[in-house]
Design a protein around this ligand. Structure first.
Ligand SMILES: *[C@@H]1O[C@H](CO)[C@@H](O)[C@H](O)[C@H]1NC(C)=O
Ligand SMILES: *[C@@H]1O[C@H](CO)[C@@H](O)[C@H](O)[C@H]1NC(C)=O
Length: 327
């Protein structure tokens, strides 16, 4: 009896692993003017939907949705395309120095793997450095129980190209602010940093605290091309994590641009209709429990296939009850 309960437990753990958890993907995507016009282009929308549905959390930048219809359309599109998950979003206000040009940060996330536990619009009023950013970070805190790290904070940034050096350096102040406010080291900074080519000169890097700070790990490899145009190759889009714990919770070498042009066999022109940037992404490791569950689950499957159908059937029934209790 005891061994069969153990078997049952293993099987159930295995089931929730199969159900719950491939690695957890965080993405950042500059959509290059996402508003009315793109949201009404069905080809562009279907590609955007496929790209964003790969991510558990996806930061969208350059959202220009004055009528507040384009983001809901995208969420609807995601929910009808990927019925295994439920998508929702949280958006900043319109940010920008001139009334004529503003952008929003939008985080799209799967409600069954992540919950939003806090949000904070950085006020950008630091004494001696007021108005450091064109688009001050809209900081969001997430809980993600299936990941090894369990909870983390995302600081988004789309820098203004001519002020890249300055804004990247100022992100360091935002990081310190957020660490103190939420008493957490689990902070990721991500977005279109314009951190390459003409916008970030090599000689200036030593003055950027976001680069020189030892606790920070820059995950997207240098010389990755995050731009769609064949004529450019720049690592503009970045993902940076704070602290050893977060660095250790990332799947090694998983940080990369997602070349949707190659993936979906588009011409350069077709890809540029979607955006002039590739998204960048990184995988977070699953929680230890899920890993144990996977091992035990696999073992239980093998055993149950030898003990025959009645016992296996019992497992399946109990697992259904288990899932009802836990959902
Ligand atoms: C660059 O930064 C300076 C100083 O903060 C600011 O006055 C200027 O407007 C910024 N440029 C743009 C294009 O935002
Ligand atoms: C760097 O990390 C250590 C260990 O977590 C922490 O004590 C220290 O305050 C951090 N420093 C900065 C500037 O983030």
């Amino acid at each position: 009896m005891r061994s069969s309960s153990l078997l049952l437990l293993s099987f159930l753990l295995g089931m929730c692993d199969v159900q719950g958890a491939s690695d957890f993907r965080i993405c950042a995507f500059n959509l290059h003017h996402y508003g009315d016009s793109k949201s009404q282009n069905s080809i562009v929308m279907s590609i955007l939907t496929k790209i964003i549905a790969r991510c558990d959390v996806c930061l969208l930048m350059e959202v220009r949705d004055t009528k507040e219809k384009a983001v809901p359309l995208l969420i609807n599109s995601l929910n009808s395309y990927d019925t295994d998950h439920d998508y929702s979003s949280v958006s900043s206000g319109r940010l920008g120095r001139s009334a004529g040009y503003q952008e929003q940060y939008v985080f799209v996330y799967r409600t069954n793997t992540v919950t939003v536990t806090g949000q904070y619009q950085y006020p950008d009023d630091r004494p001696g450095d007021v108005d450091a950013f064109s688009r001050e970070p809209f900081v969001v805190r997430f809980k993600a129980p299936t990941t090894d790290i369990k909870e983390f904070v995302l600081i988004p940034q789309h820098t203004t190209p001519v002020n890249t050096t300055k804004e990247l350096d100022a992100l360091y102040d935002v990081l310190q602010d957020v660490r103190k406010m939420w008493k957490t080291e689990n902070v990721m900074l991500l977005g279109d940093f314009n951190a390459d080519c003409g916008y970030l000169a090599k000689k200036n890097k030593k003055n950027v605290r976001l680069i020189t700070e030892k606790n920070l790990t820059w995950l997207i490899p240098e010389n990755s091309d995050t731009t769609v145009r064949l004529s450019t190759s720049c690592t503009y889009d970045r993902i940076v994590v704070n602290g050893e714990k977060f660095a250790g919770a990332v799947v090694p070498s998983s940080a990369t641009p997602f070349n949707f042009q190659v993936e979906y066999q588009l011409t350069e022109e077709q890809a540029l209709e979607v955006s002039d940037h590739y998204p960048v992404e990184v995988l977070l490791k699953n929680s230890g429990l899920l890993k144990v569950g996977r091992m035990l689950g696999n073992a239980a499957f093998k055993v149950s296939s030898t003990v025959g159908i009645p016992l296996a059937l019992m497992f399946v029934l109990s697992s259904l009850v288990f899932q009802m209790l836990w959902s």
